[in-house]
Ligand binder design. Sequence first.
Ligand code: F6P
Ligand code: MN
Length: 298
Amino acid sequence: MKTLRHYLDETACEEPLKDLIELIAYQSIPIRDAFIDNQTYADTENVYGEEQAALDKWADQHIISVLGESGFVKAIASEEQADIVRFPDAYGDYSVVMDPLDGSSLIQVNLAVGTIIGIYRGGDPLQKGEDLAVAMYMLYGPMTVLALTVGDGVFTFAMNSEGIFVLLKEDIQMPEGKLFGSGGLRNEWLPGHQDFISLCEQSGGKLRYSGSFVADFHQILTYGGVYCYPAVVGKPEGKLRLVFEGNPIGFIAKQAGGAISDGTQDLLTILPEKPDHRTPIYVGSRKIIESAESCMKQ
Ligand code: F6P
Ligand code: MN
C-alpha cells in the first residue's frame, strides 16, 4: 500500500511543500464531515453575485484558518473572498489559489463536488497557470479522491477506511475520448461554440454534464473528451474563474497529456489581471481542444 506521503517522498518536492500538500489534502476529512450540517444556502452572495452555500463559506473559512495557522503560506486567493488574504509573517513562501467547494449547487442533492487547489512558489497568487508548482483537487464522491500533480505526471489517491490517502492510479494519461459537456444556455451559445458542439455530436460524442466542474473534469480525465464553459451572448468572459478553477484544472489536464484553452489560446499562458478574472474554458483531450480552437477561429 503506497500512501500519499510515500508518493511525496519519491518526488523532488521540498519538505515544506510536501507538508503543505498533505495538510491541504487531509482537510477533505473535516470538509466531508461538515456536509451534513451545511446543507442550506447561506443567504449571502459571493463577489460574482452567486448565492453562497453554507458549505462554500464553511470550507473557505476552514481552509483559510488552517493555512493561516500553519505558517506555510504568504497569501491565499479564494473564490469566496473579494481580496487576497495575506499572512506576511508566515515563514513559508508559498501562495495558494482555491475554489473551496466547487459545484455547490449539487450539495443539496448529494452529487459529487470538490475542492480545487493550486500552489505557487512565492507570495504572489496571481501568476500564470503554467507556473504552478502543484495543482490538486479533492473530489467528494462515493469515495474521497485526490488528484495531484507536482509537475511530474498526475496521480490519484483514494481515502481508505483509516482516513489515509492510498495510491489509486499513477501517471494518468488522458485518452482521446468522446464525452462532452457544455455550460451556458444553448440559445446563448455563439456560432463557433455551436459548431464545436455539433461536431462533438456528429462524431459520436456522448453528453455528460453534472454542474460540478471538478466532477465533470474527473470523468474527462479518466475517459477523455471535453468539458467546456463557453463565452455566451452578453458574457464574452463566460462564467468560470481563471485563477481558482481554470488554471489548477488545466495544469492537471496538461500534465495528463490533455490541453486547456479559452477557445483561442492555451489558458495556462494568460497572466491573471485580478483574482476574479473570468474566462471561457475548453479542457480535455488534446485533439478535441485543437478542434474547439479551430471552430472558434471561423
Ligand atoms: O463553480 C462554477 C460551477 O458551479 C462549476 O462547478 C460548474 O461546472 C458550473 O459552475 C455550472 O454552471 P451552470 O449551472 O451554469 O451549468
Ligand atoms: Mn467552482
